[in-house]
Ligand binder design. Sequence first.
Ligand SMILES: NC(=O)c1ccc[n+]([C@@H]2O[C@H](COP(=O)([O-])OP(=O)(O)OC[C@H]3O[C@@H](n4cnc5c(N)ncnc54)[C@H](OP(=O)(O)O)[C@@H]3O)[C@@H](O)[C@H]2O)c1
Length: 316
Amino acid sequence: MRAVVYDRYGPPDVLRVEEVPVPAPSAAQVLVEVAATSVNLSDWEGLRGIPMYARFGGLRTPARRVLGSDIAGRVASVGSGVTRFRVGDEVYGDNLGLMGGFAEYAVAPESALAHKPSELTFAEASTLPQAGSIAFQGTARARRGQRVLINGAGGGAGSFAIQLAKLSGAHVTGVDNAGKLDFMQKLGADEVVDYRSQDFTRLEPYDLVLDLVAHRSVFAYRRALTRGGRYLCVGGTVRTLLRVMTVGAALGLLTRRRLGILISRQGPAHFEPVAERCIAGDLRIHIDRAFPLNEVPQALAYVGEGRALGKVVVTP
Ligand SMILES: NC(=O)c1ccc[n+]([C@@H]2O[C@H](COP(=O)([O-])OP(=O)(O)OC[C@H]3O[C@@H](n4cnc5c(N)ncnc54)[C@H](OP(=O)(O)O)[C@@H]3O)[C@@H](O)[C@H]2O)c1
């Protein structure tokens, strides 16, 4: 089969298309013939090995040769212990542990996969598992009348988070680069901020800040919160994440705010509710572009360099 492989961390040109053996599923795994894999910032981070947490399992060289975690496709074979899926079933899921989606076939644990709803195309379904889960968990505490700010709101997880926060009845501010302000407004953001010209931590205090790209000091984040407000950080620099967990948590306790990290729980329980809301017409899936397998380097650069509005998909 064809797969996009890499053997060292670096820019997109370390990736190449190679013929490799089709992987064999173990007892609890499913072999999926990939129809679509969406790109997440975590793929870009895994490609470059930056931030350091992206080198988990492979400090010097990548632990997995093929990136791509959010897969959708048809079951090609199942391991002896698999009970929920049969050959031919249409499935989707976040394969963050094994990756391998930028290829014609990928193996995934049965527990990571769900049956794809017939109302969604493979491309649409592939946008949901990681970005949808993060947005779903990150906005779970948003309430009617609250002021919610989403930092990095024009990307994959952010585009779902804006819509979910609006559905909860909150007043939503989206922060991203100037090229994404219109897009965020179309998704429902009440206010939009260009992070290159305005500092959101100096605007007004918010009841909930969901930060997809944290890199500021915990004092700035604390300033952005109302009394009783909550700052949740999902991704960013390792230094910032460590400070949020330590100094930020203590600072929050002392000043009646809460600063912490959202470790996104994986699995169908966390993305199927998002799919249901898409099918009900409450949420819109925005696919900016689809790339063929041999253009995975371009697809990753498009997301990593911040040009994508919403999601980008690779279709082998
Ligand atoms: N906690 C967990 O369990 C977990 C699991 C998986 C993934 N993650 C993390 O979740 C995050 C999800 O990202 P995604 O896939 O939605 O990424 P994405 O699609 O690339 O969106 C990120 C957005 O943030 C913008 N941005 C970059 N720097 C910014 C800044 N300083 N201020 C405001 N906006 C900025 C980007 O645009 P520009 O680049 O143009 O600025 C982009 O529009 C990633 O950080 C990933 O590492 C966390």
